[in-house]
Design a protein around this ligand. Sequence first.
Ligand code: SF4
Ligand code: SF4
Length: 265
Amino acid sequence: MKINDEHSLKERVLTWDDTFNFRCYRGIDCFNSCCRDVTIFLNPLDVARLRKLLGMTSTEFLEQYTVRLVSDRTGIPAVVLKMRDDATKSCPFVQEEGCRVYEARPYSCRLYPLDTEEGVEYRFIVDPETCHGLRESQEWTVERWRREQGLYDYDDIDHDLKDVMSAEQLWESPIRNPRMQDMIYMALYDPDRFREFIFNTSFLKKFRVDEDILQKIRTDDLALLYFAGQWLRFSLFGKKGFLKLDKEYLERKKGEVLKGAGSKG
Ligand code: SF4
Ligand code: SF4
């Protein structure tokens, strides 16, 4: 089906085969206008890519460029790009010639002018009055737009983390413990701090992790994100996956606790 009725564009629901007209280019009269005063949620892969492109640690990137939120519904932390604190409220990465981080631009910037909740149905988040690129003649299907914008790269990790980032189990009893919320934030968004936690605390005494996995997650942020998913699933829902608790360590700790309890009594 071709979507070409300007007036009802925002009400239309598109699936992958539907077509729409769009072209954005330097020189169009609304150029850069959509990079101001917007709420852009960053997903974990966005953060990993942006900090790499900018040559920053993830902790520095998060401090400088983002605001941390917490979902009321689940208690799971989320990260939003911090707009400039001036009259323009523009994105910190927009410059006259366009996006300074185009190669690592966030998921929602890639998907624009569309948005989706589950990746099946898509809607326009702007109309041709605001986004003049929607008046251009270049035609796309949703599927081709996703491909052109590199959105397929996100599918596997999105799918893998879905059950921890928007877990329905947590609707009934959201996470309210700030320490737990911080652990989730670290695992999802702050790979450098998560590495410190894995390699420089008692983590590897508690869990037995295969050497090839350890080698991979030392340097590979994407591998570390999959590892984060395993650890969060274990910590939040008790799902074991490939993480194995070290029984000797646990027995020793249990002994220490019992000894402590005995000496007090
Ligand atoms: S409003 Fe639309 S056409 Fe204009 S710069 Fe943004 S995406 Fe491009
Ligand atoms: S990241 Fe790039 S595309 Fe996205 S809002 Fe900022 S400047 Fe615009």
